[in-house]
Write a protein of this length. Structure first.
Length: 282
C-alpha cells in the first residue's frame, strides 16, 4: 500500500481495542463452548490428527483364567487449519470526533466477526451427523429433543449434550413449552415457566439448548439445527486471535487486522443428531 508510515495508534488505545476484541472473539463463540477443543503447538503443521477410539467390552472371568486381549486400534480424524480474518479501517476523523468509546466499539465488532465465522463453520457440520430428524415441513418440537437425547444415550455418547438451534426453531420450542393444555404438557412445567418469563429455554431432556442465528439452511430449505455430545465435534486452534495495525498516512487512517488459524471437523458422526426445522415462524 502506498504512502505508509510506521506511525500507529497510541499504545493505550490499541491495547484497549485488542483486549475488547480478544475477549469478544473467545467468550462469544458458541463453538468453543460446545465442542472438544485442541490447542496446537507452534510448528505443528496445517493438519491435526485426532484419535477416535472404539468402545470395548469387559467380561466376567473365572478365577485362574487368563484374560483374552482386546485390540484397540483407534481411527483418526483430520482437522485442517485455515485462517480466519477481518480488517477494519479507523479514520483519524472517527477517533477525533466520536463522543463514544471507539476502542470498545471497534474491538467488539472485530471480535464478534471472528466468533461468528467460527460458529458458522461449526453449524455447517450439523448435516454430517449420522441421524437426521424432521424436515422442513414438520419442523422441530420438544419431542425432537427427546428423540435426539434417546438416540445419543442409545449409542453411549458421553455428555454433556447440547442443542444449537436457530431463533425460529427456538421460538417453536418456547411456544410449545409455554402453552399449557397440549397433549404433552397439560400444565406449565418449570422449563415452560422459565421460557415464558425469560425467553430462555435452558435444559430439556438433559440437553442444554443454545439459540444461535448462524444456524444454516439445509439442502431441503429447512434450518439445520444440531443436537450432539461434546465429543462429536473437534475444534483445533493453531493460533489464537491476534491483532496488528498499519498506518495509511495518505488516507489519514489506521488499518486494524485481526486473524487466527483454526479448523473444525466431526469426530464421531454417531454422537450427533441433525434436526431440520422450518425456516419460518409458526
Amino acid at each position: 500500500m502506498a504512502n505508509e508510515t510506521t506511525t500507529t495508534l497510541g499504545a493505550e488505545l490499541f491495547t484497549n481495542i485488542l483486549q475488547e476484541a480478544l475477549f469478544t472473539a473467545t467468550e462469544q463463540s458458541v463453538a468453543r463452548a460446545v465442542g472438544r477443543n485442541y490447542t496446537l503447538a507452534g510448528g505443528a503443521g496445517k493438519t491435526f490428527q485426532v484419535p477416535v477410539y472404539q468402545t470395548v467390552s469387559a467380561a466376567g472371568v473365572a478365577e485362574g483364567t487368563d484374560l483374552s486381549n482386546t485390540a484397540i486400534n483407534p481411527e483418526s480424524v483430520t482437522i485442517t487449519l485455515g485462517e480466519l480474518g477481518v480488517m477494519a479501517t479507523v479514520t483519524d476523523l472517527m477517533l477525533e470526533s466520536s463522543p463514544f468509546d471507539v476502542a470498545s466499539d471497534i474491538g467488539n465488532i472485530l471480535g464478534r466477526a471472528v466468533a461468528e465465522k467460527f460458529d458458522t463453520d461449526m453449524a455447517a457440520l450439523f448435516p454430517s451427523f449420522a441421524t437426521t430428524i424432521g424436515n422442513d415441513a414438520t419442523g422441530i418440537s420438544i419431542d425432537s429433543l427427546f428423540q435426539a437425547a434417546a438416540y445419543l444415550r442409545q449409542v453411549n455418547a458421553p455428555g454433556p449434550y447440547y442443542a444449537v438451534v436457530h431463533p425460529y426453531a427456538a421460538y417453536t420450542l418456547k411456544k410449545e413449552l409455554a402453552t399449557a393444555g397440549g397433549n404433552n404438557i397439560p400444565n406449565l412445567s418449570q422449563v415452560g415457566n422459565q421460557a415464558l418469563q425469560t425467553g430462555v429455554i435452558g435444559q430439556v431432556a438433559g440437553i442444554t439448548v443454545v439459540e444461535h442465528s448462524l444456524v444454516g439452511v439445509s439442502s431441503s430449505d429447512g434450518l439445520s439445527c444440531g443436537v450432539f455430545s461434546r465429543d462429536a465435534l473437534g475444534i483445533a486452534v493453531g493460533r489464537e486471535p491476534r491483532m496488528e495495525q498499519q498506518r495509511d498516512a495518505s488516507l489519514r487512517a489506521t488499518e486494524l487486522v485481526m486473524s487466527m488459524t483454526a479448523g473444525q471437523a466431526v469426530l464421531k458422526d454417531t454422537y450427533g443428531v441433525h434436526i431440520i426445522a422450518q425456516n419460518q415462524l409458526n
